[in-house]
Design a protein around this ligand. Structure first.
Ligand SMILES: [Zn+2]
Length: 52
């Protein structure tokens, strides 16, 4: 099963863009690419929303 990833800034689900052997993740709301280091997993998003 494939995991979903989320934007660290707006928590929107990221779009996966595959091209030329590399994979990028785009936030359609912020209109920018999110690096693998900063993007959030579903668990992290749930944890953040539970804390705030
Ligand atoms: Zn975003």
């Amino acid at each position: 099963m494939e995991k979903n990833f989320y934007c660290p800034e707006c928590s929107s689900k990221l779009e996966k863009i595959e091209g030329c052997g590399s994979i990028s993740y785009l936030c359609s709301k912020c209109k920018k690419l999110i690096s693998r280091k900063t993007m959030l997993t579903e668990e992290q998003v749930e944890k953040l929303s539970a804390e705030s």
